[in-house]
Design a protein around this ligand. Structure first.
Ligand code: AMP
Length: 457
């Protein structure tokens, strides 16, 4: 969900989706949309710690532009009162910043004139905004001054000066957004409070101010029936003859990894969530977990298997080479290209270049390819070096805004904007075409990574 701006306030940008029907005729919609459309939300009692800047009408509008635009407008108008800025996932908050980058001129104009952009056509939004929007030349000038420059460093605290922290999840695959969030917020704290899914609420972070890399979520045993599959990648696959042995909460061991399996009040029976968790301790008898990664292998050309956390680590290592160019990777996805033999990994990067006069050269980006390969596991490197069964890794840099278009595409096909997560691996032809049309440069590893037989343990 988007939670961007709140008063006492949280500036929270929340977006609802239309409901759909499944082929079997059941109503389907994302869990957060269900909540926002519910009586519980619409008639919620006043909570001084959770007063959001967005009126219900702006949240309930299913047109994402109109909803986001009017929520952003309210967030700007109430800028002095905003104490926290957030979204459920870090990617949602960055999406809101991007929206501001694209629309600040029109927003400032609305504030200067006190009249709402004609692109917002929803009668209920227009009616409620008429009560909130008044001409405010001074605020319009401030927004124009802050947003018109190239430098967006610290924009969150410049526009919302009383913000104390960012209310976003930055654990798991969201960790990659931390440098970008730090850039836009001047390093505000980022407490991760909860670990949850559409299917079930799982856990709470009892030490919200801990560093993102040290966050552990304490499972709430009353939220469902929790069971765990020991996670051992080297173990043989399950079969009918040797079914998996599920463990109960009380049987888990600190330091071991498990896959989460849930049985929920709403009827899911032994559902494999797909998350791998590491037990870090116990609170009373409830286990505490570090979110390790989503389970599935992302990339594989032949014997190699690269999962999400390995790919992310490789990207983090390669990004170190971009630091001296004040450049960071804001989004990425990957693709196992096997059209040409040997196949190779293709990584799509969208970059944030803070100083265009000093952007990374082609040679630096080639070195980034090699740095990624050096970070990948020994099976990958063996295939590259000894077996020649994988070709040099390729980075394709895409135009700014490409990943936003990717999200728009996913939303047009029914994904929830609030719960959207960038796919870390793609293979669907229309998505590949979308990405490939926006490639601005291609780079390959200039040499093979290191590999020695001894390292293959
Ligand atoms: P959804 O089904 O869209 O609600 O997404 C649920 C999934 O988001 C979970 O199964 C996790 O993979 C991921 N997720 C939720 N909370 C967290 C968290 N605090 N840290 C990391 N990943 C999370």
């Amino acid at each position: 969900m988007y939670r961007v701006w709140t008063r006492e306030r949280v500036f929270t940008s929340i977006l609802s989706r239309r409901k759909r029907k499944t082929p079997g005729g059941l109503v389907a919609r994302p869990v957060l949309t269900s909540y926002y459309k519910s009586k519980q939300f619409k008639t919620r009692p006043y909570d001084p710690y959770n007063v959001i800047t967005s009126p219900n009408e702006t949240i309930l509008c299913v047109d994402s532009f109109q909803s986001m635009y009017s929520q952003m407008l309210c967030g700007l108008i109430m800028r002095e009162e905003v104490l926290r800025v957030g979204a459920v996932f870090a990617s949602g908050l960055l999406r809101a910043i991007r929206f501001l980058q694209l629309n600040w001129e029109e927003l400032a104009n609305d504030i200067a004139t006190g009249s709402l952009n004609h692109k917002v056509t929803s009668p209920s939004i227009r009616e409620c905004m008429a009560k909130i929007l008044k001409p405010n030349q001074e605020l319009a000038e401030l927004i124009t001054n802050e947003c018109s420059g190239e430098n967006w460093e610290g924009i969150i605290t410049r526009l919302w000066p009383n913000t104390k922290y960012l209310d976003v999840i930055v654990t798991g695959s969201m960790a990659q957004y931390i440098p970008t969030l730090d850039y836009y917020s001047g390093g505000l704290p980022k407490p991760c409070t909860m670990y949850a899914s559409s299917e079930c609420y799982f856990g709470l972070n009892l030490r919200p101010m801990s560093k993102p890399s040290e966050v552990s979520y304490t499972i709430m045993p009353n939220m469902g029936y929790f069971e765990f599959l020991p996670h051992d990648p080297s173990a043989p696959a399950f079969s009918r003859e040797s079914p998996p042995r599920l463990l109960d909460l009380a049987d888990l061991e600190v330091g071991k990894e498990y896959e989460l399996v849930i049985t929920t009040y709403s009827g899911l029976n032994r559902y494999r969530v797909g998350d791998i968790l590491l037990v870090t301790g116990f609170y009373n008898k409830a286990p505490q977990f570090r979110f390790v990664r989503r389970k599935n292998v992302l990339l594989s050309i032949e014997a190699d298997k690269t999962d999400e956390s390995e790919l992310q680590k490789a990207i983090e290592n390669a990004s170190l080479l971009l630091r001296e160019f004040s450049t960071s990777v804001v989004e990425y996805t990957s693709y196992a290209d096997t059209k040409i033999i040997p196949g190779h990994y293709v990584i799509y990067w969208e970059l944030l270049v803070k100083d265009p006069a000093n952007s990374p050269t082609g040679e630096v980006l080639n070195q980034c390819c090699l740095a990624m390969e050096e970070s990948l596991n020994s099976v990958y490197r063996q295939s590259r070096v000894a077996d020649n069964s994988i070709g040099p890794l390729e980075i394709r840099v895409v135009k700014n805004g490409t990943f936003e278009e990717l999200m728009d595409y996913a939303i047009s096909r029914g994904a929830s904007i609030n719960q959207y997560k960038v796919p870390r691996c793609v293979s669907f032809t229309p998505i590949m075409e979308l990405l490939d049309c926006r490639v601005v440069s291609k780079h390959f590893s200039p040499s093979a990574p290191h590999w020695t037989p001894e390292r293959r343990s």
